[in-house]
Design a protein around this ligand. Structure first.
Ligand code: KIV
Length: 264
């Protein structure tokens, strides 16, 4: 598979070629995902839930993400790896740069931060220092206690308009990729159309530039239940390589997600 870069991803948006992404936390899965067509791997702070067994992502540290980023990078030198910046690791520009540097040195190609317009200065500082940034809007899990639970975001008009403005602010600040999570599909389509950077959705309908899933959801071993927006590809494919290939081909063809996976 050709090496993916930020330029490849930007071109894929322009050419309307869907981007495929999964979370990964170790070398074996990183290699498997790369070999079977995944464009982007995210070392997500979801590891606090799916690996560490926590109720949320807040306990995860930068050193833990750096460790798993090194493991993922060891699995494939050609993968495009995004590493999550954990809760309270990017509260100001200087702290953002110090922590992001640890993740880039561990092998990341880009770091991901949760939040909107307020991140402007940190994102500017990161990109000025040569660190590519992915934004994350919608149901941002690090804010679960502000939301009062893992709830769909952006259903109110005012909240939806603010999310579009935040997406544009992230792009202006220098973000080169955006993840949007658990929002109504119509809002996801609007955001995807109103920014020039590629937008990757999870629980955000079919009209984003690409899709991401937590790998444990794809193989049906998440804590107790499969989220509405996910699909157990292992159950229908019978083995891991085919599960990943089928996910990629469904994302590329537009067969996943369907209306049963989306929110209104
Ligand atoms: O941490 C994570 O896995 C994520 C994805 C859900 C996008 O942020």
């Amino acid at each position: 598979m050709p090496k993916i870069t930020v330029s490849t991803l930007a071109k894929m948006k322009l050419e309307q070629k869907k981007i495929t992404a999964l979370t990964a936390y170790d070398a074996s899965f990183a290699k498997l995902f790369h070999d079977n067509g995944i464009d982007i791997v995210l070392v997500g702070d979801s590891l606090g839930m799916v690996l560490q067994g926590g109720d949320d992502t807040l306990a995860v540290t930068t050193d833990e993400i750096a460790y798993h980023t090194r493991c993922v990078r060891a699995g494939s030198k050609d993968l495009f790896v995004v590493a999550d910046m954990p809760f309270m690791s990017y509260a100001n520009p200087q702290q953002s740069c110090e922590n992001a540097a640890k993740l880039m040195r561990a092998g990341a190609n880009m770091v991901k931060v949760e939040g909107g317009e307020w991140l402007h200065e940190s994102i500017q500082a990161l990109t000025q220092q040569g660190i590519p940034v992915c934004g994350h809007l919608g149901l941002t899990p690090q804010s679960v206690h502000v939301f009062g639970g893992f709830k769909i975001q952006g259903r109110e008009q005012e909240q939806a308009d603010k999310m579009v403005a935040d997406a544009q602010a992230l792009e202006r600040a220098g973000a080169q990729l955006l993840v949007i999570e658990c929002i109504p599909s119509a809002l996801a389509k609007r955001i995807t159309e109103e920014v020039n950077i590629p937008v990757i959705g999870i629980g955000a309908g079919k009209d984003t530039d690409g899709q991401i899933l937590v790998m444990h959801d794809l193989v049906g071993i998440s804590a107790g239940y499969i989220p509405k927006f996910s699909k157990n590809y292992l159950a229908e494919s019978g083995n891991m390589p085919d599960a990943v290939k089928n996910y990629c081909s469904d994302v590329k063809s537009g067969a996943f997600p369907t209306s049963e996976h989306e929110f209104n």
